[in-house]
Design a protein around this ligand. Structure first.
Ligand code: PAF
Length: 283
């Protein structure tokens, strides 16, 4: 099974325009490749919501910090193309860096406060890079809907904000996280874990579920529950916890008490050099 691959905006638009002229709805799934079942779930969701699905694979340099893993980020275009084809994807957009950031490129999208906390505080510039490339991909493809994983919950919030603020004519579809049997969220970066680190990594999901239970039992002591959760992660073998917080699911502002508004637990913890992110609904 194979999939058509386009590498220029003109070829991408020619195909999407042809589908639109035939009255078909188009879904887009932006990715950085190293695809796993989480990505393929996005493709399957796209198929449910639209007639055609286009995935992009582009390892976006502007969302990596100077000491991050841009050069060693896993790349396997042939493997990704085969997986996309088997998941029912219709088209792969795989632009080079010169297509996305031609000489003279100067624009950067800053979505404001929602991007400055949590990941934004630990990875300065990360969300500007994400917002800029996602804005480009959405305007290049002109798809009707675009699917993103809830695994990167703050990224999803950033994307919803920019689509709203810039009046982009695309519906954003958030798709629940796909997990291993022990609860570890699927991530391309799980490939960096040694066998011992992989054992520890499985504890992240358990600790977050325990923290939610504590917070629901004592809704006015949310911060204490989060501190206990962070201590439990260190005791389980994590090297450090960047943040573990229960937040308003819409604004991502931290909560000290639980009310009726939707809340979300967010966490990033490190094992060796690997940062693991997870999040779940609380109420
Ligand atoms: O989630 C990702 O894979 C990336 O951040 C995205 C949305 C494709 C932008 O590069």
């Amino acid at each position: 099974m194979s999939i058509a691959i386009v590498r220029t905006v003109a070829d991408l638009r020619a195909q999407v325009d042809q589908w639109h002229r035939a009255g078909l709805r188009v879904a887009m799934v932006p990715t950085m490749g190293a695809l796993h079942d989480g990505h393929l779930t996005l493709v399957r969701r796209g198929r449910e919501r639209a007639d055609k699905v286009v995935a992009s694979v582009f390892v976006n340099p502007t969302q990596f910090g100077p000491n991050e893993d841009f050069t060693r980020y896993p790349r396997d275009e042939a493997g990704d193309a085969a997986k996309l084809a088997s998941a029912g994807c219709d088209l792969l957009f795989a632009p080079g860096v010169e297509v996305m950031y031609p000489t003279g490129f100067a624009t950067s999208i800053d979505v404001g406060p929602i991007a400055t906390r949590w990941e934004g505080a630990f990875r300065p510039g990360h969300f500007q890079g994400v917002a800029t490339v996602v804005t480009k991909l959405l305007s290049q493809a002109r798809a009707d809907i675009a699917c993103f994983g809830e695994k990167d919950f703050q990224q999803l919030a950033v994307i919803r904000q920019l689509v709203r603020d810039l009046d982009l004519p695309v519906a954003i579809e958030g798709v629940p996280t796909v997990r291993e049997a022990d609860g570890l969220a699927l991530s391309s970066r799980n490939a960096y874990l040694s066998a011992d680190q992989r054992q520890v990594a499985g504890q992240l999901n358990r600790v977050l579920r325990d923290t939610i239970t504590k917070a629901l039992t004592r809704p006015d002591a949310v911060e204490a529950a989060c501190q206990e959760g962070a201590s439990a992660l260190l005791a389980a073998g994590f090297a450090s916890v960047d943040y573990l917080a229960i937040v308003d699911a819409a604004t991502l502002e931290p909560l000290s008490t639980l009310g009726t508004a939707p809340a979300r637990i967010l966490c990033t913890a490190r094992i060796g050099g690997v940062r693991l992110l997870d999040n779940m609904p609380v109420v």
